[in-house]
Ligand binder design. Sequence first.
Ligand code: SF4
Length: 246
Amino acid sequence: MTVVNIIEEAETLNAKLATLSLAERLSFVAGLGVRVVFTTSLGIEDQVITAEIGNHRLPIDVVTLQTGRLFPETLALIAETESQYDIHITRYEPEQADIDAYAAKYGMNGFYESIEARHACCGVRKLKPLARALAGATIWITGLRRGQSANRAETPFAEYDAERHLLKMNPLADWDIDTIKSYVADNSVPVNPLHARGYPSIGCEPCTRAIKPGEPERAGRWWWEQDEKRECGLHVAEEATAVAAQ
Ligand code: SF4
């Protein structure tokens, strides 16, 4: 599939996916005959997608970035999810040599000191493993929702990821958090117990705090930084590459 094909596919797919249910969205891309990868952080949105993939036995590779700094609750949920849905979640980990080089330059927790140091850590622990996870994939599925933050308010169902040269699909783009919670309750989906302790968005343990009442869902991520658009780099290209925001 060429870049032009992918861009055209994104435009077409974006319009088509808007008319489908979540199960239909996932089934449709799973039936395209290309490698489809779903990256899960084990957050509540991602658990909904995993439940659909597992329950419908869809041929979609489920992977997670095991950064080495995750909460124990998240690690336990990976195993619980695999067991409940009889699936395998492939862990992609950082290279030890990269971690050592980072620690030598910035210190193991150097990410608190500067944006540059934080991006470097996310680069080593997330972006490089993500590149390996997506190697050979044509479609990348994420759990992005428009309601998660102002930065994600225009999230389309499908977009061309120019940096990774693939088609990124966001099948929960139009779901709100109440719909997510209802799905989880109705379908006994296992979720991270941290959500009930004030963590709507969960990443690495040293970079995530509980939010206060009234704060945006992602306010607890890299809370010490002032940039309202702070992200880890996985999804920063979304605005530039969105081909047909809904
Ligand atoms: S979220 Fe924090 S610990 Fe995790 S990779 Fe990024 S900077 Fe490093």
